[in-house]
Ligand binder design. Structure first.
Ligand SMILES: NC(=O)c1ccc[n+]([C@@H]2O[C@H](COP(=O)([O-])OP(=O)(O)OC[C@H]3O[C@@H](n4cnc5c(N)ncnc54)[C@H](OP(=O)(O)O)[C@@H]3O)[C@@H](O)[C@H]2O)c1
Length: 289
């Protein structure tokens, strides 16, 4: 069996078009959605991610405010900047690009962000709301994966889904979203025993390890006709790849997502969606998803 490519660029495009319409509606009501980004220090990869997010915002008409404190900023200084953005009524979403330099605490930092401006869905109130199925602002990568499944009519209800990742950014929020979609979810990690057996028993395998030296998802680990969604982004043999080799895995799957061009574009698209959602909520406007 050769599967269908889950084209993240195509799905992301459809989300961006929806977002653009919402931006136009909000502008007609006098609201210009605005995302403030905070990039600390001079991490080149992070700078590229932030640049791409700004460009994506620009393309759909979302304003951006760029804050680039040097790596010398103190925790108190960073907290103060976030507090200013919390108070700024023209800012609807705040994104602190991670990782932060090691003297800064990521939990303390993200916890400063007002939940209603938390477009990354990382603050404890939003994480708590997600766990009881009431979240509005949800982490972008997991919600992007759910959108990909919807776009390709990949049924989640009653399916055995394995997530190979338990991070706060990916695996844990994804677990809740899948559960809300009536999947039966198994979360695996570095201490999991019999990972191959769990994968072979799964209808959908979502993998996000990101280190080929210790893990590779190979065709013998998945059952014929399964769906594979590859979240990982890692440098392998000089090029960007995921946990799996797409050309190998696609031969055995019904659907598979490539790297690049899979989950990555969805993460950015969902950030745009969260930003317009936050802007609408700030003015008491209900936008249907
Ligand atoms: N495309 C996107 O938009 C996007 C967004 C977010 C992340 N990513 C990518 O996704 C990957 C993961 O990101 P992250 O932030 O979640 O990283 P992370 O916190 O390092 O998570 C990696 C996960 O893999 C697990 N793991 C490590 N070795 C394993 C093994 N041998 N078998 C099974 N599980 C194993 C870890 O288990 P433990 O918890 O036991 O350590 C952990 O849960 C990275 O490549 C990142 O670049 C991509």
């Amino acid at each position: 069996m050769t599967g269908v490519k889950i084209d993240g660029l195509e799905v992301a495009k459809s989300i961006r078009l929806q977002v653009k319409d919402i931006v136009n509606d909000l502008k007609a009501k006098g609201i210009t959605p605005c995302l403030a980004t905070v990039l600390v220090g001079d991490n080149q990869a992070s700078a590229t991610y932030v640049r791409n997010k700004h460009k994506a915002c620009e393309d759909v008409g979302i304003l951006t405010k760029d804050h680039t404190p040097t790596a010398e900023i103190t925790q108190a200084g960073l907290n103060k900047l976030i507090e200013e953005l919390n108070q700024d009524e023209t800012v609807h979403g705040i994104l602190v690009q991670l990782p932060l330099p090691s003297h800064l605490n990521e939990f303390i930092t993200t916890t400063q962000i007002l939940p209603e401006k938390d477009v990354d869905g990382l603050t404890p109130p939003n994480v708590g709301l997600l766990s009881i199925g009431k979240a509005v602002l949800v982490a972008c990568t997991p919600s992007g994966i759910i959108e990909m499944c919807k776009y390709y009519n990949i049924e989640l209800e009653g399916k055995n889904v394995v997530i190979i990742n338990r991070s706060n950014l990916v695996g844990k929020p994804l677990y809740h979203l899948l559960l809300q979609n009536n999947a039966t979810v198994t979360t695996c990690h570095s201490k999991t025993k019999d990972l191959k057996k769990i994968c072979l028993n799964s209808d959908i395998v979502i993998t996000g390890v990101g280190n080929r030296a210790i893990f590779k998802l190979t065709p013998d680990m998945i059952k014929e006709g399964a769906v594979v969604i590859d979240v990982a982004t890692t440098r392998h043999d000089g090029k960007l790849s995921g946990d799996a080799d797409y050309s190998e895995i696609i031969e055995k799957t019904s659907f598979a997502s490539p790297v690049p061009g899979g989950v990555g574009p969805m993460t950015v698209a969902m950030l745009l969606k969260n930003t317009v959602t936050a802007a609408a909520i700030s003015k008491g406007i209900d936008i249907k998803s």
